[in-house]
Design a protein around this ligand. Structure first.
Ligand code: GDP
Ligand code: MN
Length: 356
């Protein structure tokens, strides 16, 4: 490797030189992982992957969050793999407990019913805390306050291609708010009343609905909203969401009034506990309604896997410059359960008929 290496072009067309090697991350951004001590090996595997494919050239800090103190072992091995600064933080109890307004007897009864019906994670309280935390608290953690951007990393993920540019810079320069790789349908039984609550929130707070929103991604047959069109209409949520185990996004968006008030409204309804609202539909609906459509970005050049789904870049460029190690034919993008073709349609991305 030499300093005279050819610049690689990111999706913005901005040149990203290999001389970035040795520099610290330049954006106010962090790689963030909420993780249990018991997931150490999955965490190490993800850190190694993200370091090898991206961060060894950029040295962004890692932030590890946990509802329990990290063990010395966890800290020792994870910090040993990170090329940037590391920080470990325990989530405050209020951000990981059942709030007073939730009736625990009702909650327990619903959890039992959902477990019996074999709804995924239906009987788990810790999963509910996790979803609520990722919906409304991660961006206000003390250790996160110094950052404007985050890249969410989960244990056991894979990155299939080199990321030769800084995606945080890409987001900032292109006025992006939310970046994703995979989009799919949510389990209906986990969010029975989420859309009704959302409709109610928007009816009472219509000023937050962005004039150029993505309602037509979230609701089939929704009339594209016009400026001054400040309601969600009567259509139902089609369950499409961005898969939130990977996210590169703006923390400022979540901290802003629209999303914060939306989360508080949802939290007061208790659906994170009575039902099992996931952070993925909550983020997706929040971004889809309160941010402009063109601020949502699909990272088509990222090869990514989180069990049981994976996707591989379909373009030649990524494979030529990104040392991709994935089979283009094994790609969730156009799976029957994928919402990406719908995203392409509403975002006006022309894929040609052969790839849909
Ligand atoms: P799935 O991807 O929906 O199957 O859910 P995961 O089990 O992967 O959980 C999502 C994220 O939250 C992962 O990063 C987990 O490590 C983390 N997570 C889930 N439950 C807990 C928990 O009880 N404590 C902590 N500290 N992290 C958790
Ligand atoms: Mn996961």
């Amino acid at each position: 490797r030499t300093d005279t290496a050819e610049p690689k072009n990111g999706p913005s067309g901005s040149a990203c030189y290999d001389t970035a090697f040795g520099r610290n991350g330049t954006e106010k951004a962090t790689l963030v992982m909420l993780v249990r001590n018991s997931e150490l090996y999955g965490a190490l595997s993800s850190i190694r992957m993200v370091e090898d494919r991206f961060n060894r050239k950029f040295h962004y800090p890692w932030t590890f969050l946990n509802d329990k103190p990290f063990t010395d072992e966890f800290i020792k091995y994870t910090s040993g793999l990170a090329s940037g600064p590391v920080e470990y933080a325990v989530v405050p109890e209020d951000d990981w407990s059942v709030p007073d307004h939730v009736n625990e007897t009702t909650m327990r009864a619903e959890m039992l019913r959902m477990a019996k019906e074999e709804i995924i994670y239906g009987g788990s309280l810790s999963y509910r805390h996790m979803c609520r935390f990722n919906s409304g608290f991660f961006y206000n953690q003390e250790v996160m306050r110094k950052y404007d951007w985050y890249w969410r990393v989960e244990p056991g993920i894979e990155l299939y291609c080199d990321i030769n540019y800084d995606p945080f810079t890409f987001m900032r320069e292109n006025k992006k708010i939310y970046g994703f790789v995979i989009s799919m349908y949510e389990f209906k039984d986990t969010i029975t009343t989420l859309w009704d609550r959302t409709r109610q929130f928007v009816a009472e707070n219509s000023q937050f609905l962005h004039a150029n929103n993505s309602l037509d991604f979230l609701v089939d047959g929704a009339q594209p909203s016009k400026p001054g069109d400040r309601h969600l209409g009567s259509g139902n949520y089609n369950l499409c969401h961005f898969w939130s185990n990977f996210e590169i996004a703006s923390l400022e968006f979540y901290r802003g009034e629209a999303y914060s008030r939306y989360f508080e409204f949802l939290d007061s309804a208790g659906g994170f506990f009575y039902e099992r609202w996931g952070d993925a539909p909550v983020h997706s609906i929040g971004v889809g309604l309160f941010a402009p459509k063109d601020s949502i970005h699909h990272f088509a050049d990222f090869g990514y896997s989180h069990a049981p789904c994976s996707r591989c870049p379909q373009d030649d460029e990524s494979h030529a410059t990104g040392r991709c190690m994935c089979n283009r034919g094994q790609n969730f993008d156009t799976d029957g359960y994928s919402c990406l073709p719908r995203w392409w349609k509403v975002a006006g991305i022309n894929k040609g008929t052969e790839s849909i």
